[in-house]
Each structure stands twice: as structure tokens, then as C-alpha cells.
Design a protein around this ligand. Structure first.
Ligand code: 5AD
Length: 334
């Protein structure tokens, strides 16, 4: 096979080899996907982990150029859920036989008292895993989440280029990388990753993203294609490239063998069937959206008409991929 030699010493893959792999097309791309599926199979990761996401607040302190929840968007319709609302939805997630509650929000300090209440309830009363994706915090705050019972935390570096990160997020990348390291240091499982298709993002930068992730040693890793979002400075930019994103996902799987890798909803937004392609490129996680419609419509993470993943859709593509879901309570992965 064409790529066999390249992976003999995966840890030492050069930037140019990574760039070549990322741009694989046709038969070579299929070979890459096959290698990713083989890696998933050999590591016993063919059972797909489902997560139920609740988007608890769309307030945000940051002003990232790709996201409509940016704080400078003054006319934006903001919401923050109450503890009771969150706990009622968490119970629905449990009823759907999903064992992980994924709490996501903008970077919103006013969520802190709510998290103090809901994390222990979800962990201890509902006996579910708690995954957070709520932004850059102090090390003490990450420690508090851990002590409250959180299991894992996703903070994507978005891009490994310091200049590009500063330009798109208007805050320093080293500060975000400190946060990522603190998450691990306090004992939370770490999820990280990048966005594919940012302006001025070269293939070389994407290869450096992989090298950065290799240093960070995450438990989950992901790539999502860039989606131009209304009412942002990036609204007129082109969509991220589907094939480049899928190739990155396959590389994550081959190089990060034990990681959980999501097939994100943005893939489906780019192309119908995109999330199934993600599973065929080695992903093993699907996140089902449990945010009630009224709030969901205001949580414009990708775009106003983002693709919202239902349980039916997830079960359908898992079946089409010839895979099965991880059955709780065996699901320890969060
Ligand atoms: N396009 C692609 N990915 C996005 N994210 C947020 N907005 C976009 C967008 N417009 C991703 C970022 C963020 C995660 C929660 O969602 O990687 O960290």
C-alpha cells in the first residue's frame, strides 16, 4: 500500500509528509480512511460514543471573528439557562440512554453558580458523565469543576499559529495553551483540536496543528470545517474544505489511536452525508443536541441554520457506517 511506509514511525512524521497525507485524493484518500478505520477497530473503538449536549448560555466574553456569539454583537439575543432547566434536560438525556451530559456555552462567568449546582447533581444523582466546553478559565476554576465531579473538558486551540490565533480570537494563544495544560493538570480528561479553513491558514499550519496536539496528548481530538457565520467579520468567507477536514480526522485517528474523535455536525452542514463520511474516516463520537428549540435558535455557534443532530439521525448514520453505539453503563468514556 502506498502509505504503509509513511506510518512506520508515526511519531516522527515530517511536516511535509503530514501535508502530503492531508491532501490525499481518490484512491489514496480511500487508503487513508481505511487505515483510520483499521486503527479504530484494532483499538476496540468501533462502538460509537453518544453525548447529549445542552447549550446552557450564549453569553460570551470573547470576540472571535468566526462566532456570532462574540460579545461585541450588541443586538444579539442572549440567554442563560437556569439550573432547573439544565437538570430537566439532563434527565431527558439519561432517558435516551446516553450516559454523558455535555454542557457547552460561550465564555460566561455568570454560569459559575449554575455549574456549582448542576455538576454534582448530574454526576451524583443522575450518575452520568459530565463533559464541559465553556472556555478559558483559571486553573483554580478548572480544579473546582473537577472537585464538583466533572470528568472532562474540551478547549480547542483552534490553530497552532500564534499570529493567526491572535488575529481571529483577539487573545493570545499561549494563554489558551496554558488553560489546556491546566485542564490536564487538575485531572480532567482533555479534548482539543482545530478549525479547518480559517483565512490565511496554510497546510503547513495544519501540519503544525497535528504536531502541537501530539505534544498536548489529549484524550479527545477534533477538527471542524470552518463555517462562515452571519453577523461576523468572517461571514463572507468560503466554507472549510470537506476533504481536507476528513483527511485531518483520519490522521487524528491514525496518530492518536486511543482518542475519542467526534464526527461534528458542521460536516453535515457542508454536505448532506458529511457526518457519515466522518465516521468512515475514523471518528467514534456523535453529539446529539438536546437544547430546546427556543434556546437552540439563539446558539449560533456555526451559523443560524446550522445542522442540528437528532438521536434518529445519529442512529441512522451509525447503522449506515456498519457500526453500533456504545451501550451504557459500560460507557466510561466521557
Ligand atoms: N466554524 C467552525 N468551527 C467553529 N466553532 C465555533 N464556531 C465555528 C465556526 N464558525 C468551533 C470552535 C470552538 C468549538 C466550540 O466550535 O472550534 O472551539
Amino acid at each position: 500500500m502506498f502509505y504503509d511506509d509513511k506510518f512506520k514511525s508515526a511519531g516522527e512524521l515530517s511536516k511535509s509528509s503530514l501535508m502530503e497525507l492531508m491532501t490525499a485524493e481518490g484512491g489514496r484518500q480511500q487508503e487513508l480512511f481505511q487505515m483510520a478505520r483499521t486503527a479504530r477497530h484494532e483499538h476496540g473503538l468501533d462502538q460509537i460514543t453518544l453525548r447529549g449536549v445542552i447549550e446552557i448560555s450564549n453569553h460570551c466574553q470573547k470576540s472571535c471573528d468566526y462566532c456570532a456569539m462574540r460579545c461585541v454583537n450588541k443586538g444579539f439575543n442572549r440567554y442563560r439557562m437556569s439550573s432547573d432547566e439544565i437538570l430537566a434536560i439532563a434527565a431527558e438525556i439519561k432517558k435516551a440512554n446516553i450516559s454523558t451530559v455535555f454542557l457547552q456555552s460561550g465564555q460566561d462567568p455568570n454560569c459559575e453558580p449554575i455549574l456549582d449546582e448542576v455538576i454534582p447533581e448530574i454526576k451524583n444523582k443522575l450518575q452520568m458523565g459530565v463533559l464541559l466546553c465553556i472556555g478559558e478559565k483559571s486553573k483554580a476554576t478548572y480544579q473546582r469543576y473537577k472537585d464538583l465531579g466533572a470528568d472532562s473538558y474540551i478547549l480547542k486551540f483552534e490553530t497552532s499559529s500564534e499570529d493567526l490565533y491572535q488575529e481571529i480570537a483577539h487573545t493570545p494563544l499561549p494563554r489558551r495553551l496554558d488553560c489546556i495544560r491546566w485542564i490536564k493538570e487538575v485531572g480532567l480528561k482533555l479534548g482539543t483540536g482545530n478549525i479547518v479553513g480559517l483565512p490565511n491558514q496554510s497546510l503547513e499550519i495544519l501540519a503544525e496543528d497535528i504536531q502541537l496536539a501530539l505534544q498536548l496528548q489529549p484524550d479527545f481530538v477534533s477538527s471542524s470545517p470552518f463555517i462562515p457565520n452571519e453577523n461576523t467579520p468572517f461571514e463572507h468567507l468560503p466554507l472549510g474544505d470537506l476533504n481536507l477536514t476528513l483527511n485531518m480526522m483520519a490522521l487524528w485517528r491514525i496518530l492518536f489511536k486511543n482518542c475519542l474523535i467526534p464526527s461534528v455536525s458542521a460536516l453535515e452542514k457542508i454536505q448532506k452525508g458529511g457526518q457519515l463520511m466522518g465516521l468512515m474516516a475514523g471518528a467514534n463520537v456523535i453529539t446529539i443536541n438536546f437544547t430546546p428549540k427556543a434556546s437552540r435558535d439563539k446558539y449560533s455557534i456555526y451559523s443560524m441554520d446550522r445542522f442540528v443532530v437528532s438521536l434518529d439521525h445519529a442512529l441512522n448514520i451509525i447503522e449506515q457506517a456498519g457500526l453500533q453505539i456504545q451501550q451504557p453503563p459500560a460507557a466510561v468514556a466521557v
